[in-house]
Design a binder for this molecule. Structure first.
Ligand SMILES: Cc1cc2nc3c(=O)[nH]c(=O)nc-3n(C[C@H](O)[C@H](O)[C@H](O)COP(=O)(O)O)c2cc1C
Length: 146
């Protein structure tokens, strides 16, 4: 089963989470701008992550999601995450990504996962990379259980 992590990142925070998750999964981490149809053949597990920008996923992530076809992810297990600030009102990216992946036929194997940064451009809070490692271990277990 091929696994893949797709992410967008301007300031490196989402990339760091994506690379940490990818390392645990033994999967490549691919920038959303480079993710094309060739990445979907034989795919068993996909994890998609984006920063929240202006309350929603980044423009590039939205474009990627909008290009997914109905049933394109049928038979693929999936999980979504975002990076965000720790404010009472922050918007959402992971939940929106998860919904589109599920609509494209993916079987979601984890709740949408937030990771927190200290300011508009980061850095990540202490402990977030460890949290990403633990989350990736959970995803790995869940993807082999079903
Ligand atoms: C222009 C801009 C808009 C942002 N809007 C939000 C937002 O609406 N909600 C939120 O929680 N964080 C927001 N953030 C914080 C980013 O989500 C956070 O810094 C993220 O980790 C950046 O990811 P990156 O380092 O991978 O680019 C914003 C940051 C920038 C620069």
């Amino acid at each position: 089963m091929e696994s893949l992590v797709i992410y967008d990142s301007n300031h490196g925070n989402t990339r760091k989470i994506a690379e940490t998750v990818a390392e645990i999964l033994g999967a490549p981490a691919v920038s959303v701008s480079d993710a094309g149809p060739e990445h979907f053949s034989g795919l068993g597990l996909v994890v998609v992550g984006s920063p929240i920008l202006g309350w929603k996923p980044s423009e590039r992530t939205q474009a990627f999601l909008a290009a997914l076809k109905k049933e394109q992810l049928k038979g693929v297990k999936a999980a979504a995450f975002d990076t965000r600030v720790k404010l009472f009102i922050h918007g959402d990216a992971a939940g929106k990504i998860a919904k589109v992946l599920a609509d494209a036929g993916a079987e979601m194997i984890s709740e949408p996962q937030p990771f927190y940064v200290k300011g508009k451009e980061g850095p990540l809070f202490e402990g977030e990379l460890e949290k990403a490692r633990d989350w990736a271990v959970e995803i790995k277990r869940a993807s082999s259980r079903f």
